[in-house]
Design a protein. Structure first.
Length: 216
């Protein structure tokens, strides 16, 4: 009896596609002992992102997959094919169809970001050298730039008061129940890291104490 054909499958954790119709060759690197099977599987459609109106289409669409769902779809066509997963067990597919990059805008964003970082770092150094005396730094800056003595409430304090909540909102990516972007918020990222650390610690402790279930 001949040994079954083997498919080696490797998928990265984050995959970007340019079409709303996702084929297996778009997300995976594959090698198979049967070339005919490999050619067929490369053309296999595994998912279709919903077409949306032009305005919403500009936003990146994201879908999370389990590699088991991919193996299940492969076995629908080739039930006897042995699949060896060499990549991630769970992965993300991002669809950028309809998303056009505005290079001048991206350059402008980069320049603005560099300016903000530069002055932010300078402000941090100055407040540190003044024992975190923010008010004193504002007074000195106003006198040096404007040339008159500060009366306590100047344009610097006003823009600082306006910029602080805006910066916090952008950083935490959250306004009430709505997100500014589709990216996870920093709090969500830290919570997932915390959950992973808890799970890892629990597994390691159970293994050391001999309480884990394993084969004999």
């Amino acid at each position: 009896m001949a040994a079954p054909d083997t498919l080696y499958l490797k998928i990265d954790q984050n995959v970007v596609v340019d079409s709303h119709q996702v084929h297996l060759q778009d997300i995976a690197s594959m090698e198979c002992t049967n070339e005919a099977v490999l050619r067929q599987l490369k053309q296999k459609k595994i998912y279709t992102f919903q077409q949306k109106d032009t305005q919403k289409q500009k936003k990146m669409r994201i879908q999370v997959f389990s590699v088991l769902s991919i193996i299940q779809q492969i076995h629908e066509d080739y039930p006897d094919l042995e699949v060896q997963n060499l990549g991630e067990s769970d992965f993300i597919v991002e669809c950028k169809e309809g998303v056009t990059e505005n290079k001048p805008l991206e350059i402008l964003k980069t320049v603005v970001l560099c300016v903000v970082i530069f002055f932010g770092a300078a402000f941090t150094i100055m407040t540190f050298n003044n024992d975190v005396g923010v008010g004193k730094v504002f007074t000195q800056l106003y006198e040096q730039v404007i040339g008159v003595e500060s009366d306590g409430v100047t344009e610097i304090e006003i823009f600082y008061a306006i910029g602080m909540p805006i910066g916090i909102t952008i950083f935490y990516n959250h306004v009430g129940k709505k997100k500014v972007t589709l990216d996870p918020t920093p709090i969500q990222v830290e919570m997932r890291k915390y959950e992973q650390d808890v799970d890892t610690t629990f597994i390691e402790n159970a293994s050391r104490e001999g309480n884990s279930i394993d084969v004999d």
